[in-house]
Design a protein. Structure first.
Lengths: 602, 225
């Protein structure tokens, strides 16, 4: 039996996390299917239920009559303690079936600091952690998401990873599973498991770590999004989740070419859904969920070719149903007065601009092709349209950064404040700027993958500069990401398979929910690193030479190493590279994946 | 001057595992169900318009309700049966609507007349006879002193006049009718506490359920004002 007994629910906070039975959740008879898949998110329900990718996979898998996809999230501490005490294994929300009885345990890997929670989740499920000693009859543990672009730190714990977009390849995996005589979980023999893994490794985009890293794994990419309609019947949670709204992905990929940005590389090329598809999907989504807010999802919504038409048409049908429209973080050069006016008509959702760096020099290094004038114009448009509160997103620790660049963040924010005071006039008392300052982390498959990570002490010193700069500005709220979390995230992002030992040691020492800053404890990592003879800082704080083999060399994102290196060199020289959709092909290499590439088309 | 409002008053249940929903969860579920059902709900004014849906006396997490009340302000006339049918299609069995009425247009809150509630709780570890004896013992007392702590203050009060009915049914079931109006409120856990002193043995209770909500005029004189 799972967690859902009255006695259990009485003893945990927020029992609504564990109830299931949500609107649109799948209700299948497990005896009628040939595959049972546990789709897991390595964090609590409220975080996992906010993840659009999981809703996409849940929907597409459950469209198959032969498959029942159920969900599981990592329970909160009180529930974990009860489960340990009562010997309850982690079970699915839909049917309370222990995960270890299902055919697949699929875990989405969105963030390096979730890795210890991944291990905790497998352990709670009673699944053997190491795939090498996992019994043949146990489920297959399969991973996906942006972290699989360097899967090595988790490689020993997974039977396979899917690299790239999952909508097609998940069906190839399921087809293979139902099409062969591999045995179901509970009955599978050693030979059957080995055969199955060998066959899975032949599926394009599937990486089976046990079979070695010699064979390159090519990222899966959909030629067009029109073949995969956006999910319009997502599960609607009872309790309030982090992103408690409908989400529709309007486009995938970005070719702006910001050199720190992994998403801007690994989701290329840009593909858009048509206005009509999106308008129809939005109507269906609200009909089927009843959400009062709809969020458009894209790496930069204003880049969508017909964004004003789209927003107008969406507004037409959402306004009478009092549904607000939200856009995620925006580039400042593309946010216009017209757009500002349109998205605030029903309900004012939050507005975030991401200038990333304070000085033009540094914005040129990272290839963020926006200017101070862009930010000030965008802010003015927002204030004029009635916003009083803006969120501004910056990074520190970028390659080539000096104290002057950090202080320039302060100057830029002060100018936005000034624009706000002037534009808002009598209501300027309500003006508030939330300034969020992250720590730059070199990520695989980006031009900055060779860049050094700023040492913790220097990160702290630069954060202190900012705190002092903003101390007297009452209308600015500064939040800085943790320098220590950044160190570990940076280490895991670029580490090889040896990091698995550390990750497991940290988990054994009590590490989980480490992406929550109050749950992170660097000493666990330092102790584990010392025991393994690893120096975390020296691994990440130096620039990597071009001939250093990268742990992810076998993972082919389609973005060529030559292009990434050239971009890194251009960064060091302070040279800009244009958006290929506006100024011609930049030879990033994605064409080799066979995807239709819009470069130079407009 | 405020214009008379039009309310659909809906009776629903919160049972089974969904008894573990919090009040805000239930409110969110109804907000979404109303939008899915395309009811002609009225909205508040201002920057963040929200559907005007209100609830009688929120139930705590873990307490079930078999006949809870929710009022939906309508922007145009709809037949009660149409409201019921449209909502029923959008709610799960454990949060199902069971009745609906459309109130005559008026200016009063649809819950202004709410005066009492019935509860049922199941006892474990005690015989029906012992439970009956304890209830009789309690009923024989003229004063039921209770110490209540609220967010703003602590107070001593006598619960006796706020309890309308207390009886035992076979299978360890205790039923109670308790005052619900602000100055006449009695909480089921307070009665359970008083009874446990009479019982003298360690009994446990489970499945606390509110079985009915009563309006003025529907129940006896005790809850008349």
């Amino acid at each position: 039996m799972g967690q859902r007994t009255t006695a259990f629910l009485r003893r945990v906070v927020t029992p609504a996390r564990y109830l299931g039975q949500e609107h649109n959740s799948s209700r299948k008879d497990p005896s009628t299917v040939r595959v049972r898949f546990a789709l897991c998110y390595p964090d609590i329900y409220e975080i996992g239920m906010s993840h659009l990718g999981s809703h996409i996979l849940y929907a597409t898998m459950n469209e198959r009559p032969d498959t029942f996809c159920e969900r599981a999230y990592h329970p909160w501490d009180d529930a974990v303690a009860l489960m340990r005490q009562e010997g309850l294994p982690l079970a699915t929300l839909e049917t309370q079936t222990p995960l270890r009885e299902l055919d697949f345990v699929g875990i989405t890997l969105q963030h390096e600091l979730n890795y210890t929670t991944v291990l905790s989740l497998l352990d709670l499920a009673g699944v053997t952690l190491r795939s090498a000693v996992r019994r043949p009859a146990e489920p297959l543990v399969i991973g996906g998401g942006p972290c699989v672009y360097n899967p090595e730190p988790l490689a020993p714990f997974f039977d396979c990873f899917v690299v790239g977009e999952g909508e097609e390849v998940i069906h190839e995996v399921l087809d293979l599973y139902v099409g062969g005589n591999w045995g179901r979980t509970g009955q599978r023999g050693a030979e059957q498991r080995a055969d199955l893994l060998a066959r899975l490794a032949e599926v394009e985009g599937v990486y089976v770590p046990a079979l070695g890293t010699e064979r390159p794994v090519r990222r899966r990419v959909l030629p067009s999004l029109e073949a995969v309609p956006p999910p319009t019947r997502p599960v609607v949670p009872y309790c309030q989740v982090t992103h408690d709204r409908g989400q529709i992905e309007i486009s995938r990929g970005c070719t702006r070419g910001c050199r720190f940005c992994q998403a801007g590389m690994i989701y290329r090329p840009v593909r858009e859904r048509s206005v009509q598809t999106l308008v129809d999907a939005a109507a269906a989504l609200i009909d089927n969920t009843g959400y009062d807010e709809l969020s458009l999802v894209s790496l930069n919504c204003p880049d969508y070719s017909e964004v004003l038409t789209l927003v107008d048409r969406l507004h037409e049908q959402l306004a009478e149903r009092r549904v607000g429209l939200g856009l995620p973080s925006l580039r400042t050069d593309t946010f216009s007065v017209e757009l500002a006016d349109r998205i605030q008509q029903v309900r004012k959702t939050g507005l975030t601009f991401a200038p990333e760096a304070g000085s033009q020099r540094l914005r040129d290094i990272i290839n963020k092709n926006v200017t101070e004038a862009d930010l000030l114009a965008a802010s003015e448009a927002a204030f004029k349209a009635g916003w009083h509160r803006l969120k501004l997103y910056f990074m520190i620790g970028l390659p080539g950064e000096t104290d002057d660049d950090v202080l320039a963040i302060g100057d830029l924010v002060a100018k936005v404040l000034e624009v706000g005071r002037e534009t808002l006039g009598p209501s300027r008392g309500r003006l508030a700027l939330n300034v969020s300052v992250a720590v730059f982390i070199p990520k695989p498959h980006t031009p900055f993958q060779w860049a050094p990570q700023l040492p913790v002490a220097e990160v702290l010193q630069r954060q202190q500069l900012l705190r002092e700069r903003f101390a007297r500005l009452k209308q600015v709220r500064l939040s800085c990401h943790s320098a220590e979390q950044a160190l570990v995230e940076s280490y895991l992002a670029r580490a090889g398979r040896e990091a698995a030992e550390l990750t497991e040691a940290v988990y054994r020492a009590g590490g989980r929910f480490e992406s929550w800053d109050d749950r992170f404890d660097l000493s666990r990592w330092e102790n584990a690193a010392a025991a393994a003879g690893v120096d975390l800082a020296s691994e990440v704080n130096r620039e990597w030479p071009p001939d250093r083999p990268l742990p992810w060399d076998h993972i082919h994102s389609g973005i060529s190493k030559a292009y990434l290196w050239a971009e890194w060199q251009r960064a060091l020289a302070g040279e800009l590279t244009g958006d290929c959709r506006l100024s011609g092909c930049t030879d990033c290499g994605v064409r080799a994946l066979g995807a239709a590439c819009p470069s130079g088309g407009r | 001057m405020q214009k008379p409002r039009l309310y659909a008053r809906v009776t629903y249940r919160k049972t089974g595992l969904l008894a573990f929903l919090g009040h805000l969860d239930v409110a969110r579920a109804f907000d979404r169900a109303v939008r899915r059902a395309k009811l002609p709900v009225a909205y508040s004014q201002g920057f963040s318009p929200h559907a005007l849906i209100s609830f009688a006396s929120p139930l705590p997490v873990g307490v079930a309700g078999e006949a809870e009340l929710c009022a939906i302000e309508l922007a145009s006339e709809w037949a009660p049966q149409a409201v019921l049918k449209a909502l029923a299609r959008q709610l799960p069995p454990d949060l199902m609507v069971v009745a609906a009425q459309v109130l005559p247009r008026g200016k009063r809150s649809p819950f202004a007349d709410l005066v009492a509630a019935d509860y049922r709780v199941r006892y474990r570890g005690v015989t029906d006879a012992d439970l009956q004896a304890a209830v009789e013992g309690l009923l024989a007392r003229t004063q039921w002193p209770v110490h209540r702590v609220t967010k703003s203050r602590e107070l001593e009060l006598d619960l006796r006049p706020r309890v309308g009915d207390l009886r035992v049914e076979p299978g360890g079931l205790l039923r109670m009718r308790l005052g619900l109006a602000e100055d006449n409120l009695a909480k089921p856990e307070e009665v359970i506490e008083l009874l446990s002193a009479e019982l003298g043995v360690a009994a446990t209770t489970q499945d606390l359920t509110r079985t009915a909500l009563w309006m003025r005029g529907e129940v006896g004189r005790q809850f008349a004002d």
